[in-house]
Design a protein around this ligand. Structure first.
Ligand code: 13P
Ligand code: SF4
Length: 311
C-alpha cells in the first residue's frame, strides 16, 4: 500500500462507491469498530447480514461469521479482510468427525454453537449463539436428547443452567481458556466492589467467580446498567473500547491471564484484520467468501431455525 494513502478516507470513499456495509464484532481493533456501520455480537451481526440491502458486506470478524453472512445473503459479495481469521472452536470440530459423531447418536438433536464451519452447520439441526442458546434449549421438549458442539465450556454452562443432560463435543476457545483463576481472585481482592462479567466460553472455575455471565452484547448491557464504578471483564479485551465509549467515567479492567495482565487474552484470529486489510478488501473485493451451494443450503436451515426461535 502506498504510504501516502489516507486509509480512513479511502475506506469511506470505497464504501460508498461499492454500496458496502461494514459489519464489525466487538473484538475488533478499535479503529475498525469506529469506522463500522454496525458493531455487534454474533446474533446481531447475523441479523444485520440477513437484512442489509447493501451489495457488499465487508465483515470484520472471523471467517465463520463472514460465512454466516454469505449463507444468509448469498446474492451479496462478502469480503473478510484476512481469510486466515479462523477460530479455535471451528478448528476443534472437523466436519467429517462431527458427521461421524452425529451418526453415532442418531436419537440426539444436534445443537451447534455458531462458532463452527459452514460444513458443520450443514450437519446441524439448530444453531445457537451465546445470546439465544438458553432460550432455544428451553423450547426443546424435555424428552428430546441433545448433543452440543463444539464448545464444551458453553455446553457445560448451558447444561447447568437448563438442568438438561447434554452430550458435549470436546472443543474450546483458546482465548477464554486462558484466564487465570488465581490472578482473577487476586484482582477481585484488590477491587472488592468490582463485579465480574464473563463470557460463557470461559471454563466453569472462572464462571463461578462471575456476577454476570452472557454474550458480548449482554456483557455490554451489564457494564452500562451496573451501578459499580469498576467492572472486571472476562472476555476478549477489545470489547472494553465500547464500554469506555459508553461509560467514560467508569473503570473497566480486563480479567488477567497467568501473567497477571489481559494482553495474553486477545484473540489472535480477530487480530488478523486491520484497517489496511479492510481498505484492500473494499478496493479489490477480495478475499471473498465462496461456499459450495449444497453446503450453503444445508447450513441455511439450522440458521433459519435459530432466527425463528430467537427471542
Ligand atoms: P458473541 O456472540 O457473544 O459475540 O461471541 C462471539 C465469540 O466469538 C466469543 O468468543
Ligand atoms: Fe474463536 Fe475464541 Fe476468537 Fe471467539 S475469541 S473468535 S471463540 S478463538
Amino acid at each position: 500500500i502506498d504510504p501516502s494513502i489516507d486509509i480512513e478516507a479511502e475506506i469511506h470513499r470505497l464504501r460508498h462507491e461499492r454500496n458496502a456495509v461494514i459489519l464489525a464484532h466487538y473484538y475488533q481493533d478499535p479503529h475498525i469498530q469506529d469506522i463500522a456501520d454496525f458493531v455487534g455480537d454474533s446474533l446481531d451481526l447475523s441479523r444485520k447480514a440477513a437484512a442489509t440491502d447493501a451489495d457488499v458486506i465487508a465483515f470484520c470478524g472471523v471467517r465463520f461469521m463472514a460465512e454466516v453472512a454469505k449463507i444468509l445473503s448469498p446474492e451479496k459479495t462478502v469480503v473478510l479482510p484476512d481469510m486466515r481469521a479462523g477460530c479455535s472452536l471451528e478448528d476443534s470440530c472437523p466436519p467429517q468427525e462431527f458427521a461421524a459423531f452425529r451418526r453415532a447418536h442418531p436419537d440426539h438433536l444436534a445443537l451447534t454453537y455458531i462458532n463452527c464451519s459452514a460444513a458443520v452447520k450443514a450437519e446441524t439441526d439448530i444453531i445457537v449463539t451465546s445470546s439465544n442458546a438458553e432460550a432455544i434449549i428451553n423450547q426443546i421438549p424435555l424428552d428430546q436428547k441433545i448433543l452440543f458442539a463444539p464448545d464444551r465450556h458453553l455446553g457445560a454452562y448451558l447444561a447447568r443452567k437448563s438442568g438438561r443432560d447434554m452430550l458435549l463435543w470436546p472443543g474450546s476457545c483458546i482465548v477464554h481458556e486462558r484466564f487465570s483463576e488465581r490472578e482473577l481472585i487476586k484482582l477481585q481482592a484488590a477491587h472488592s466492589d468490582a463485579p465480574v462479567a464473563a463470557h460463557p466460553e470461559c471454563p466453569a472455575h472462572i464462571l463461578e467467580l462471575a456476577d454476570h455471565v452472557g454474550s458480548t452484547s449482554s456483557i455490554l448491557t451489564f457494564a452500562s446498567d451496573s451501578p459499580a464504578q469498576t467492572i472486571i471483564v472476562a472476555t476478549e479485551p477489545h470489547i472494553i473500547h465500547q464500554m469506555q465509549k459508553a461509560q467514560p467515567d467508569k473503570t473497566f479492567i480486563g480479567a488477567p491471564g497467568a501473567d497477571g495482565n489481559c494482553n495474553c487474552n486477545m484473540c489472535p484470529f480477530m487480530g488478523m484484520n486491520s484497517m489496511e486489510k479492510l481498505y484492500v478488501a473494499l478496493r479489490d473485493l477480495e478475499p471473498q467468501i465462496h461456499l459450495d451451494e449444497d453446503v450453503r443450503k444445508r447450513a441455511l436451515r439450522p440458521l433459519q431455525k435459530m432466527l425463528e426461535m430467537s427471542p
